[in-house]
Design a protein around this ligand. Structure first.
Ligand SMILES: Nc1ncnc2c1ncn2[C@@H]1O[C@H](COP(=O)(O)OP(=O)(O)OP(=O)(O)O)[C@@H](O)[C@H]1O
Ligand SMILES: [Mg+2]
Length: 147
């Protein structure tokens, strides 16, 4: 059973607010798979998570380094799979290590390695809408979440 929620964000601040709001409902170990095109708002969402966790370092896209770890109220791991080819590459990267560790793992371009994500993964799909600052965010979650 999976719960599906859809929300429209009208600004960066809206996306940050959504991140803050969802964060409060997440279990101690959460895997967030972030899907969607370039510029659809995935990193922006992770920046919202980091801000809500009190991370005081700048959160930049791990496009080249692939994995960034932050210490906030809870550990936050930010991964970007854009540059990998497939699940094999993701396994070589040690991605599985983060599936059962404390804190939040937020993984961009999750579609690159869809097969290896655990059942407790919360999937968020980001889509740009015609309005420059509007994004549709669809959440598929195995646990009930409120918007
Ligand atoms: N409602 C919104 N939510 C999120 N970002 C928005 C919104 N409106 C405008 N933006 C802008 O869209 C861009 C989103 O970029 P972001 O880096 O978050 O995308 P991404 O999905 O991580 O892309 P990539 O696949 O390249 O990593 C930012 O420049 C941000 O300022
Ligand atoms: Mg990004």
């Amino acid at each position: 059973m999976s719960f599906v929620l859809t929300v429209t964000s009208h600004s960066v601040a809206d996306t940050h607010k959504l991140a803050r709001h969802l964060l409060r409902q997440l279990p101690g170990r959460a895997v967030l798979a972030l899907h969607g095109d370039l510029g659809s708002g995935k990193t922006c969402f992770v920046q919202g998570l980091a801000a809500a966790l009190g991370v005081n370092r700048p959160v930049t896209s791990p496009t080249f380094t692939l994995i960034h770890e932050y210490r906030g109220d809870r550990p936050l791991v930010h991964v970007d799979l854009y540059r990998i080819r497939d699940s094999g590459d993701a396994l070589n990267l040690g991605l599985e290590e983060y599936f059962d560790s404390d804190g939040i793992a937020a993984i961009e371009w999750a579609e690159r390695a869809a097969e290896i994500f655990p059942a407790h993964t919360i999937h968020l799909h980001f889509e740009a809408l015609p309005d420059l600052h509007a994004r549709q965010i669809t959440i598929h979650s195995p646990l009930a979440l409120k918007l």
